[in-house]
Design a binder for this molecule. Structure first.
Ligand SMILES: Cc1cc2nc3c(=O)[nH]c(=O)nc-3n(C[C@H](O)[C@H](O)[C@H](O)COP(=O)(O)OP(=O)(O)OC[C@H]3O[C@@H](n4cnc5c(N)ncnc54)[C@H](O)[C@@H]3O)c2cc1C
Length: 445
C-alpha cells in the first residue's frame, strides 16, 4: 500500500502539486491519473477508510455491501478496472418469486412473470428517450428537446401517463424509489439511466446482478495502492482557500497547500466546506437541492429459516421500497437486503423493520438488523445520485467547469453513469487530467 498511510505529514512538508479531497472512487481515480502525470499528490479523507459510498463489511457472519454492490459490462470503466486487477466476479442468483401490491391495498406473492407488468409501466415512463437522449454519454446533445422534460418529476410523469394508484405502486420500486420519492427525482435522470442501458429492459435489470469477489472495498483498495499518493485518514476538510496562485486546504486545524485541488466529495457535502474565495451560485444551489438521495438507506435483515429468494416491490411511500435476498445465507437462514427512501424508517429499529417485513412477507421472523442511513452520514449526506428537476440543464455544466484552481469531481456530476461507481471513475479521470494541467509549470497564475 501507501508508505505514508495514516501518518500526518510534518509541518514544512505539507506542500503538494495537487490535493484530492475525498477518497471515494472519484478521488482515488483522480490521484492515480495525477501519479501517471508525475504529480506529488495528497489525498485528505474524512473517514478511516477509502471508498465512501462503496463500503464492504460483514453482517451475521456474511460479507455484505452497505452501499454500491453491482457492476455491469456496459459500465466499461469499472468493469475493465476489475478485469485488469484480476479480481473475479460472481453473479447473484435469480429471485424465485416476487411480491407486489394488490387491488385491495395489501400485498400478494406472484411468480416472476408478473414482473412484466412493472417493466411495461417502466417503458412508458421513459418512452421517447431514444430521441431526447440519443447519446447516453452526452446528455446535452438534444438539450433543445429537454427544456420542458427536465422540469418534470417522476410524479409529474406518472400523472401525465394517468397511472392508477395500483399501477404507480407496481412501478414504484424502479422509478419513484430510485428518485428518493416520486416528487423528488427527475424524469430525465431515470431516462438517462435507461439510455445508458441501451434503452433495454434486460440491461436495466442486468446492472444489478454481478459483483466483484471481495467487494468494492477490495477493488478500491487495489486502486489506492497504485496511486502512490500520500493519504491522510480521519481528515475532514473544513476550509479551502484559493488565493489565485496556490490553494490552502484545512483539515483538523492543519493547513496543506497545492497548486490545484480536486474536490471529490459528494455534492450534498459541498455546503459544509468553507470555500473562502466563494463559488458561483450553482454550486451552493445544487448542494442545497441535494443530488444524492437524502433519505437513502440500506438495511441488512437476518431472518429465521430459509425463506427462498424474494423480490419485494414496495408501494409508493412504503417503509421498504425494495427487498431482495442476499446471495449468502447466515447460519440462521436467509439474509435480506432492504432499500428504503422513507424518511420515517429507522434503519436500525428491529421492531419497525419486523412490522414492515411482516406486511410483505407474512410469517417471516426478523432476528437482527443492521442498516446504514446515508443521509445521516456526515460525509455523504445522501445515497446514490438521482438528480432533481432542472439540475441537468441548470447547474450541471457549470459545476463541471474548473473554478480557479478547484476542480470538482464525483459520480454526482458525471455525464455518463451518474449514480454508479462507473460515473465516479469517469469524473476522476477528467478531474485528474485538468488538475495536472493546472498544477504544472506554466499554469495560469
Ligand atoms: C445504498 C447504495 C447503493 C448503491 N448501489 C450501487 C451499485 O450497485 N453499483 C454502483 O455502481 N453504484 C452504486 N451506488 C452508487 C455509488 O456508491 C456511488 O456512485 C459512488 O461510490 C460515488 O463515488 P464518489 O467518489 O463520487 O463519492 P463517494 O463515494 O461519496 O466519495 C466521497 C469521499 O469524500 C469523503 N469526504 C466527504 N466529506 C469530506 C471532507 N469534508 N473532507 C474529506 N473527505 C470527505 C467521503 O468520506 C468519501 O470517501 C450505490 C450507492 C448507495 C448509497
Amino acid at each position: 500500500g501507501t508508505a505514508f498511510a495514516d501518518a500526518v505529514p510534518p509541518a514544512g512538508s505539507r506542500s503538494y502539486d495537487v490535493i484530492v479531497i475525498g477518497g471515494g472512487f472519484a478521488g482515488v481515480t483522480a490521484a492515480r491519473e495525477l501519479k501517471a502525470k508525475g504529480k506529488r499528490t495528497l489525498i485528505l479523507e474524512a473517514r478511516d477508510r477509502v471508498g465512501g459510498r462503496a463500503w464492504t463489511s460483514t453482517f451475521s457472519g456474511v460479507p455484505i455491501e452497505f452501499g454500491a454492490t453491482w457492476i455491469h459490462p456496459s459500465q466499461t470503466l469499472i468493469w475493465n478496472e476489475v478485469q485488469r486487477l484480476g479480481i473475479a466476479k460472481v453473479d447473484d442468483p435469480f429471485p424465485d418469486f416476487t411480491v407486489f401490491a394488490t387491488e385491495s391495498g395489501g400485498y400478494a406473492k406472484q411468480d416472476l412473470a408478473f414482473l412484466e407488468h412493472q417493466d411495461a409501466l417502466l417503458r412508458r415512463f421513459v418512452e421517447g428517450a431514444e430521441q431526447y437522449l440519443p447519446q447516453p454519454y452526452d446528455p446535452f446533445q438534444r438539450a433543445d428537446l429537454l427544456v420542458d422534460l427536465d422540469k418534470l418529476t417522476l410524479g409529474d410523469r406518472a400523472r401525465q401517463l394517468r397511472l392508477s394508484t395500483l399501477e404507480q405502486n407496481w412501478v414504484s420500486a424502479t422509478t419513484g424509489a430510485y428518485g428518493g420519492g416520486f416528487e423528488r427525482g427527475s424524469l430525465t435522470q431515470l431516462a438517462h439511466w435507461w439510455a445508458l442501458c441501451g434503452y433495454d429492459t434486460e440491461t436495466f435489470h442486468g446492472i444489478n446482478v454481478t459483483r466483484p469477489v471481495g467487494g468494492l472495498s477490495g477493488v478500491i483498495g487495489k486502486m489506492l495502492a497504485e496511486t502512490g499518493a500520500t493519504i491522510v485518514y480521519n481528515a475532514p476538510v473544513s476550509k479551502v482557500a484559493d488565493n489565485g496562485s496556490r490553494v490552502q486546504v484545512t483539515a483538523n486545524g492543519l493547513v496543506y497547500d497545492a497548486g490545484a485541488v480536486v474536490v471529490a466529495v459528494p455534492v450534498n457535502v459541498w455546503n459544509s466546506i468553507n470555500f473562502s474565495a466563494g463559488l458561483p451560485a450553482e454550486f451552493g444551489r445544487m448542494s442545497t437541492q441535494t443530488v444524492g438521495v437524502p433519505t437513502a438507506k440500506k438495511i441488512l435483515i437476518q431472518v429465521q429459516g430459509d425463506i427462498g429468494r424474494p423480490l419485494v416491490n414496495g408501494k409508493s411511500g412504503a417503509l421498504l421500497d425494495l427487498v431482495i435476498a442476499n446471495a449468502e445465507k447466515s447460519s440462521q437462514g436467509s439474509v435480506l437486503i432492504g432499500f428504503s427512501v422513507n424518511p420515517n424508517l429507522d434503519a436500525n429499529n428491529l421492531s419497525q423493520i419486523q412490522s414492515a417485513v411482516s406486511e410483505v412477507l407474512p410469517g417471516t421472523e426478523v432476528l437482527s438488523v443492521k442498516g446504514h442511513d446515508w443521509g445521516k452520514d456526515a460525509y455523504a449526506k445522501g445515497g446514490w445520485t438521482f438528480r432533481r428537476p432542472g439540475q441537468l440543464l441548470g447547474s450541471l455544466r457549470t459545476v463541471r467547469q474548473p473554478y480557479g484552481r478547484l476542480i470538482f469531481a464525483g459520480s454526482d456530476i458525471a455525464t455518463g453513469w451518474a449514480g454508479y461507481v462507473d460515473g465516479a471513475i469517469e469524473s476522476g479521470i477528467q478531474a485528474g487530467a485538468i488538475a495536472a494541467g493546472l498544477s504544472g509549470p506554466g499554469a495560469p497564475a
